[in-house]
Design a protein around this ligand. Sequence first.
Ligand SMILES: [Zn+2]
Length: 380
Amino acid sequence: MKTVSAAAAKRRWRRCSGRCHVARQFAWCVVAVLLVSCNPVSAQSSKTQYQFELNDSHFHLTNYIQQGTAIHEFLKIMGNKVGRVALFGIPLQQQWSYRVDGDRAPTYYLNTDAPLYYYSFTDASIAMAYKSLTKEEKTRFDPMITGFNPTDMYAVDHIRRVLQTFPGVFSGIGEFSIHKEFVSAKIAGEVASLQDPALDRILDFAAEVGLVVLIHNDMDVPFAKEGSQPAYLEEMKALFRRHPNTTIIWAHTGMGRIVRPVKNHAANIAEILGDPEFSHVYFDISWDEVAKYIVATPEATRITADLINRYPDRFLFGTDEVAPTNQEQYLKIYGLYGPLWKLLTRNASETVRKGNYERLFDTARTKVRAWERSNLSAPQ
Ligand SMILES: [Zn+2]
């Protein structure tokens, strides 16, 4: 496996920023003038674009036992590298069953056979963390609602209740999971399904409010037979077709830790990207488990880079880091992707690292705030 150290990646970015500085400065001046004159949210964006190296479309402030990094600490970890972050906890709580594990308290879903359960308080916790920030600091976060059970027809009521209780906070829903290796089968209650009307209700409501949807769904089952059709690809496409007005980000391009990219993974993604029916569908390349496949061989990196260069507006960088304690740990995946960044055009690199995040989440912020103003009773 070929990897590039964070330091090498940083050096590379510094070299690039030197070369492109003047051109970029001019370009951003023009963009800034245009944006300031029309939209204050976007004015913030141009500032972010200019100042920072990347935005993170996929970040968990807390872990599977709802512990994590204090948000003020995390701001320091973001430092002057990361401009904006889509912020969420984890909707699932790992139970500590004394009968099963005794004194060995599990902190991760792979540590035990005890089940996971939906932990709705995560949303209140994330909202309160966000509300503890200054106005300026808040502009760097896009909190997401995750604490709902996607098999429950009442899930939408939870999402609405969170918006009602914490108006002015959330921009999207997710990351939530439907089919996820090791996890789905461990969740107490019914197994989630892409064909569940409860999920349709959630995606309809997201479209109505303008919430960005970040969904984790493995494209295939673990250890799938070589050459077989990916188990969940067609169901996923059908879901996209049923929700043309919902902005959907497919986390990890459908890959998992052991749900490896099938031979035609890039071709399957390309088919979605090339189909106007799926113009509302985006992909994130988060998770070091995904990066490991993409940088595993020069050929895998090249195939991915070609795809991103062809459709730069449809991919977002994210870390999928969980409760990091320092910047090196937080940005490990950014360094891992060194070989990929090198093969992207300058425009594709900028867009994947920053531009797409800003476009999607700025739109969501504006729409969700407008929906809140006209649909919710007076905020407390
Ligand atoms: Zn994640």
